[in-house]
Design a protein around this ligand. Structure first.
Ligand SMILES: C[S@@+](CC[C@H](N)C(=O)[O-])C[C@H]1O[C@@H](n2cnc3c(N)ncnc32)[C@H](O)[C@@H]1O
Length: 412
């Protein structure tokens, strides 16, 4: 099979088509290092905010080049489990349009805040206009203090609350510069270094206040005053240190953003999508609800969804039923002949390692609106384990490797 080797990213690739039938005899399986192991090699806008369980932008880029490079764009790419928006951002950077969906409104904000990127000068001016006064505590409440003072100095918290108020007033997201400032601020809420607003804390997930208080005691630390404006500005300058393609804003203006359950994308018409690249929750390996509590608070989205709205199940059968409905919905929205790439992992389930792509392939072919879905190929991307890639509760980390297991399905 001819593989798209054109990408400058695909260096030192080992393609190994496994002759032995691993997945029902009809699906070629390729194992190798399909994209670079190095971190932060794509446009810095991708790294404007961390997100637990996001995939590297190299992953959608690999499949864009492999599956769309011969077709004239702009084409429509969809991610029904959009997360921080990696797939649609890469689609826009590569000259395509992105349809984004994620049930969690916090994730939706991360993606949407990058729909229109004003120039740096405009953002700087907007940032300067925001009134930030560390001595003004008029927005503080007892409830907020209890939850947030283990993380922030009172002066820092006052500034965060003032920025938050301004952001929440922009209900219709008309102020693109403010939205981007909000994203940069959200990304700085808590972390390890002095670049964050909080005392030393976890960067990717919001730990509970009681745990933070305990950590403060153990580390003998107290939140010191950290002005937020210079930290936000430094982050924005890093994110926008590389120019965006000239068409970025006009393509992204055609994106769509939804907050539906991935089984029912009610605003997406049938047969309109050219390529899906997505990664569903892997059973219950990540708690997208609790891990995002502070972001949810910052964006005023608490209580907008319940924990049950996000799919987290410890049961393989239940997960497979969920994924069957998701694949059916993907089949409905795909154009005939178009593909969906589903990235999953290997997870520890009842004391053994299972390969979720194999479980999914086992459910195909599947009858869908306008045709049927067939397994087309499987890519198992393997590389040396790196710290940032360690998102999953997987056993192979102990061997120093990290894998992305990608099932490609086609609508026929
Ligand atoms: C593995 S993450 C996707 C990460 C994404 N690929 C990225 O690079 O940021 C899975 C996402 O699915 C979302 N999610 C969970 N259950 C969902 C459901 N039933 N429908 C739609 N989205 C859901 C979660 O909020 C989470 O953002």
């Amino acid at each position: 099979m001819a593989l798209a080797r054109s990408s400058e990213l695909i260096k030192n690739v080992i393609y190994k088509a496994e002759q032995q039938d691993a997945y029902s005899g009809r699906v070629p399986v390729y194992t190798g290092e399909f994209w670079t192991a190095r971190q932060r090699q794509m446009h810095p806008l991708h790294y404007s905010v961390s997100y637990r369980a996001s995939f590297k932008p190299e992953l959608p880029d690999f499949f864009i080049q492999r599956l769309l490079s011969n077709i004239n764009g702009p084409l429509v790419m969809l991610d029904p489990f959009g997360g921080r928006g990696t797939t649609i951002l890469q689609a826009n950077l590569r000259g395509h349009i992105g349809y984004y969906n994620d049930r969690n409104p916090v994730s939706g904000f991360l993606a949407r805040a990058r729909q229109h990127i004003p120039d740096l000068k405009q953002i700087e001016e907007r940032l300067q206009q925001i009134k930030l006064d560390p001595t003004d505590d008029s927005l503080r409440t007892v409830a907020d203090d209890e939850r947030l003072l283990p993380f922030f100095h009172p002066g820092t918290l006052n500034e965060i609350l003032q920025l938050r108020r301004e952001l929440l007033q922009d209900k219709n997201r008309k102020d693109a510069a403010l939205q981007y400032i909000g994203l940069a601020a959200l990304s700085r809420l808590h972390g390890h270094s002095g670049g964050f607003f909080s005392v030393y804390s976890f960067p990717q997930i919001s730990i509970l206040p009681a745990r933070q208080a305990l950590s403060n005691q153990k580390r003998n630390q107290q939140p010191e005053y950290r002005p937020i404006r210079p930290r936000i500005w430094k982050k924005i300058c890093a994110d926008l240190s590389k120019p965006l393609p000239a068409r970025y804003n006009s393509l992204a203006a055609q994106n769509a953003y939804w907050q539906d359950d991935a089984r029912h994308l009610k605003q997406c018409p049938a047969g309109v999508v050219d390529l899906i690249v997505t990664s569903p929750p892997f059973l219950d390996k990540v708690n997208y609800y609790d891990d995002n509590w502070m972001r949810s608070w910052f964006l005023g989205r608490e209580g907008q969804i319940s924990k049950q709205d996000l799919t987290m199940t410890p049961h393989l059968d239940e997960w497979l039923r969920f994924m069957q409905s998701v694949m059916q919905e993907m089949g409905r929205v795909l154009k005939p002949g178009a593909c969906a790439v589903i990235e999953v992992g290997e997870v520890v389930y009842r004391n053994s390692v299972i390969h979720l792509e194999k479980e999914l392939a086992g459910m195909l072919p599947l009858k869908v609106t306008g045709g049927h879905l067939e397994a087309s190929e499987i890519f198992i991307h393997t590389q040396e384990f790196t710290k940032l890639a360690n998102c999953w509760d997987v056993s192979n980390n102990s061997k120093g490797t990290n894998t992305n297991r990608c099932l490609v399905i086609r609508k026929l």
